[in-house]
Write a protein that binds this ligand. Sequence first.
Ligand code: NAD
Length: 482
Amino acid sequence: MTDKTAITVAYGDGIGPEIMTATLEILHAAEAGIELETIEIGRRVFERGFSAGIEPSAWESLRRTKVFLKAPITTPQGGGFKSLNVTIRKTLGLFANVRPCIAYFPYVRTLHPGMDLVIIRENEEDLYAGIEYRGTDEVYQALKIITRPGCEKIVRYAFEYARAHERKKLSCFSKDNIMKMTDGLFHKVFDEIGADYPDIMQEHKIIDIGTARLAAAPEQFDVIVTTNLYGDVLSDVAAEIAGSVGMAGSANIGELCAMFEAIHGSAPDIAGAGVANPSGLLHGAIMMLVHVGQPEVAETVHNAWLTTIEDGIHTADVASDAHTIERVGTDGFAKAVVARLGKEPLRFRPARYARTERRKFQMQRVERPPAHKELVGVDVFVHVRFISPDDLAGRMAALQGESLKLTMVSNRGVKVWPEGMPETYCTDHWRCRFAAAAKSSITHRDVIDLLFRMAEAGVDFIETENLYKYDGEPGYSMGQGE
Ligand code: NAD
C-alpha cells in the first residue's frame, strides 16, 4: 500500500453529504491510501456572509493537501454570490477540466452505445475572464482572452492525457475561420505541440460542424481539446447523449492542485431521501485515485462499480424494468459496490489504469525573445447617436492631424466607411481606425494628441485599442469588408 495521501473533502449541500458518505465508504473498503481533512463549503458558508461560499481557513487545507474531493453545492439564488467553482478554479490555477463521457449501454439509455470519449476543456481563459463593458446606450461587450501560455498548457496536457490513457486520437475544436487571432492561436499551438506526439492521430474541426458530428456520431471521437466556452457547451452535449449526466465525474487539474467532483448539482428535490446515485462523485474519486498515484485502487473500485451496474443493481435514476434486478438507495448501492471489490465486469470492458508514478503535470514556460513591436495606428471607439457613417467620418477626419489618418469606420465589426453599404445596420458604437500616415510608425504621444483633439471637439470616445505590428505582422484584425 502506498503512503497515505492527504485529501481535502467537502460534503456540500443537498444530496452532497449522502453521496460523499457512500463514496468514502467504498474508498475505505477498497483500502485507498487517503487521509481526509474535511472543510465546509456551500450554502451555510454563503449564509454566514462569505460571498464565495468558502471560508479563508478552508484555503489552508486546500493549499496543504492540493487535492480536493468536492460534493455538489447549492448556489444561492439572487445577486451578490460568486460561483464557488469559478473561484476555486481560478484561485488554484485549475486550467484543465477533464470530463469522460461514456455510455453504459444497455443499463443506461443512450442513442450511442459505443460512446467513450473525453473532453478536455480549457478552464481559465476565453470569455470566462469575465471582463465586460457597457460602452454605449446600445452596446455591451465581453473580452475573449486567449493567451499563448494558456493554449500551450491545455494542449500539452491534452496530448499527455491521451498518451497516458492510451487514447488514439486528439481532436482540436475551434472557430478559427472567424476568430483568426484568438482561436487561430489555439489551433496553431495545437499544430505546433502536436508535432511532439506523432503516436497520436490529430485533427482540427470547426466547432459548429465538430459539435454536429459529435451529436450524430460520437464514436468518431476519442479525446477532444477546446477552449472554455465551447468546452462548456460541448461537454454537456456529450454527457447528455451518453445518457450519463447523473453518473459522470470530472477533474479540474492544475500544475499544483486538483479538484474532483460529479458533474451534477446538489439535487435539492431528492436531498435527504437516501435515493441519490453516488456514481458521479465516485467517478470523480476514481479520477482522483489515478491522479494521486493509486491506479490499482482506482481500477479495483471502477471494476467493482461496472460489475454492480452489470449485475442490475441500480438506483432509481437509472433503473429500468428491462435491466434492473434490484432497486437500491444510496447506501444500498455503496454496499453493493463494496461487496464486488475484487471482481471484474463480464459485459463491460474492465477498467485499466497504467501503473505510473503520481501524475504531475508541470509545464515548462518557454521563454521566447519578445517580438519587434511597432505602433502603427489606433482604433478609437466612439459613442455617437443618430449620425450617418459619412458624416461621422467627416467629423473624425477633421481631427486626424499630421501623423494619423482616418482609414476606416466600422460598426459592429463591419466596414461602413469608406464605401459602406446603405443596408448595413448601425448602432451608436463606432470604431474609427486611424493609421500612421506614410506607412511609418507613430508614438503614444501621437495617440494622446489625437484623443486631446477629440476631447476638445466634444467627441465621446469610450475606448481605444492601439494597433501594433509584431515582427512586421499586424496584431489586429481587418474590418469585415475592409
Ligand atoms: P441537479 O444536477 O442538482 O439536478 C437535476 C435533476 O437531476 C434533478 O431532478 C435531480 O434530482 C437529478 N439528479 C442530480 N443528481 C442526481 C443523482 N446523483 N442521483 C439521482 N438524481 C440526480 O441540477 P439543478 O437542479 O439544476 O441544480 C441544483 C443545485 O445544484 C443548484 O443550486 C445549482 O446551482 C447547483 N449545482 C451545483 C454544481 C456543483 O456544485 N458542481 C453543479 C451543477 C449545479
